[in-house]
Structure formats: structure tokens, C-alpha cells
Design a protein around this ligand. Structure first.
Ligand code: CU
Length: 122
């Protein structure tokens, strides 16, 4: 009797373990698919520079600016309207999705000599 209980417990553990493994794998697959659908590229702001200053992405992708400097900066489209991070304090970030093809030039409003561009391809 004790052996039967032991076997049943073992079987239950195996079943639960398998279910867990399958659901974790499924969640990871889903996450990967989402990342490929809406990938994000990162531009780091440091030492009064956008790094990389020029990046090329595909339409629909996101660019995330992260201010790793000790000063406040902005990432502001030169045309003044397509995107504007506003003041990014040290450690803050801003994300924009680029939906139209073209070269989007931008600068820092506080330090206009800081310049960058996002090249969006179809
Ligand atoms: Cu700046």
C-alpha cells in the first residue's frame, strides 16, 4: 500500500513537472515572437553624445533613448514635431515608434551641438 502511494506521488510529480516545462517553453516562445514583431533599438546618451549617433532601423521598430549622462538632455526631432523626449534627467528614458520611412534627424534642445539621426527603411 505504501509503495502504491509512493508511485502515485511520483507520477503526479512527473505530470506537474511536464506541464510546467511546457507552459514555460510556450511563454518564452511567445515573448520571442513579440520581440521580433516590435524590436527596440537603444541609443545611449553619454558625455554629450548620442551613441550610436546614426542608427538604421526598419519601419515599425522602436528606438529607446537612455540618458546615462550626469546632465539633462533631450532627443528632439529637427522638424520639431515627429518626436520629442522632453527633458530626460540622468537615468531616464524615452521610447518612440518610427512608423514612416526616411531619415529622421534630431538634436538635444539644451545642447544643440548634440546631433543624431534615425534612418527608417521599409
Ligand atoms: Cu543635451
Amino acid at each position: 500500500m505504501r509503495r502504491i502511494i509512493l508511485l502515485m506521488t511520483l507520477a503526479a510529480v512527473v505530470v506537474v513537472g511536464t506541464l510546467l516545462a511546457v507552459s514555460v517553453a510556450g511563454a518564452q516562445k511567445h515573448r520571442t515572437a513579440q520581440a521580433q514583431k516590435h524590436p527596440t533599438r537603444t541609443v545611449v546618451i553619454k558625455h554629450f553624445h548620442f551613441k550610436p549617433a546614426k542608427i538604421t532601423i526598419k519601419r515599425g521598430m522602436k528606438v529607446r533613448w537612455i540618458n546615462k549622462d550626469s546632465m539633462t538632455h533631450t532627443a528632439t526631432a529637427n522638424n520639431g514635431k515627429s518626436f520629442d523626449s522632453g527633458h530626460l534627467k540622468p537615468g531616464e528614458r524615452y521610447t518612440h515608434t518610427f512608423r514612416s520611412v526616411g531619415t529622421k534627424k534630431y538634436h538635444c534642445e539644451i545642447h544643440p551641438f548634440m546631433r543624431g539621426s534615425v534612418v527608417v527603411k521599409r
